[in-house]
Ligand binder design. Sequence first.
Ligand SMILES: Cc1cc2nc3c(=O)[nH]c(=O)nc-3n(C[C@H](O)[C@H](O)[C@H](O)COP(=O)(O)O)c2cc1C
Length: 177
Amino acid sequence: MAKIGIFFGTDTGRTRLIARQIAKKLGETADAPVNIGRTTRQGFLAYDALILGSPTLGDGELPGQSVGLSQPSWEEFLPQLANADLSGKVVAIFGLGDQKKYPDQFVDAIGLIHDVLVARGARIVGRWPVAGYDFSASQAVDGDAFLGLAIDQINQPVLSEERIDTWLAHIRPELLP
Ligand SMILES: Cc1cc2nc3c(=O)[nH]c(=O)nc-3n(C[C@H](O)[C@H](O)[C@H](O)COP(=O)(O)O)c2cc1C
């Protein structure tokens, strides 16, 4: 059976840890998480079901060289999808952020990744309610939901595991029909 591909970007490693937690919970249905800066366009496109993770850095930006990362990350990878046809692919996105320190750009990266993939024809699953968070604005919000799972390891770390479990229960049947 085709497996779920998990790709993440990170600065200080929190998003990698969450990606690993998610992979562990999915067991043999998912491949080991891969840093998006170390994959190829072909490696990414090999999957029809994907879980993508990213912190928001800078002022509501993707991880990458613009915000001072020494390695390539989502900023450098997403342009490689410019001519890709992602129709038929099902994608769930999770994002790490800090709602207290960045209340006007909370988990913006979810929205930035979402918009690129939707424009290429991917179907995005795994919206997540905004209830339970305290922030002012986010590019990751549509109506009363985030476009993916928002995780705040700085201010709400004790809530993360339950959030992940609930989210995975929703997306699992969509990613593995
Ligand atoms: C310089 C800097 C800028 C940040 N900017 C944002 C932001 O705009 N929005 C947000 O929600 N979080 C922001 N954060 C918080 C990070 O997303 C959060 O610390 C995250 O857990 C980091 O994940 P990582 O360890 O995978 O890099 C910022 C953190 C740093 C250090």
